[in-house]
Design a binder for this molecule. Sequence first.
Ligand code: ATP
Ligand code: MG
Length: 190
Amino acid sequence: MKSEETNALVLGRFQPFHKGHLEVIRTIAKEWDSVTIGIGSAQFSHTYENPFTAGERHLMISKALRDDGMTNYSILPIVDVNRYAVWVAHVVSMVPPFKAVYSNNALTKRLFSEAGYEVRASPLFNRETYSGTEIRRRILIGEKWKHLVPKATAKVIEEIDGIQRLKDLCAGAAPLRYSNEPAEGSWEDH
Ligand code: ATP
Ligand code: MG
């Protein structure tokens, strides 16, 4: 499919969507006609590392980008295929044509560049705190976290009782996990 419009692809798990993600997408959206945001590991939810469903993450992103006044984006869930050799083809089959992919993950970068795609690293903003891992940790232990996410993300988390969900997931000896959950960061960066 040919298109004169330029589109860039951004991949992440967005557990949850935070201000670092917003800043990256804002920057990319200025450079390209449109941005496709792929919600990775879309099949996972209700685990400590992946607490929110793809639908909940979609809401966080769409509401935050709408509040930001952005219109040139689309958001698509992408479930994992646990075969890296076919992962790029899988992603490509799920999203509109794109000219470049943005990621900081070494494996993602390698797989897309081996497949002939232009790969760009996105600049990191305030990475110590604009981090999904850090935000989940703060929610769990009751430390301040709302200033690290767009207002829309905090609202969605509140509406779905997400704070209690995270705490419940971690109650007891070990966090709930699916046995086939990929190791942390298996395809996305840390
Ligand atoms: P986790 O700690 O759960 O892995 P994360 O903050 O790394 O969460 P991801 O969904 O894994 O978020 O990341 C998606 C993409 O967003 C990655 O390419 C990542 O490099 C980028 N990203 C994450 N945090 C920032 C940030 N603070 N500034 C810029 N880009 C970021
Ligand atoms: Mg990460």
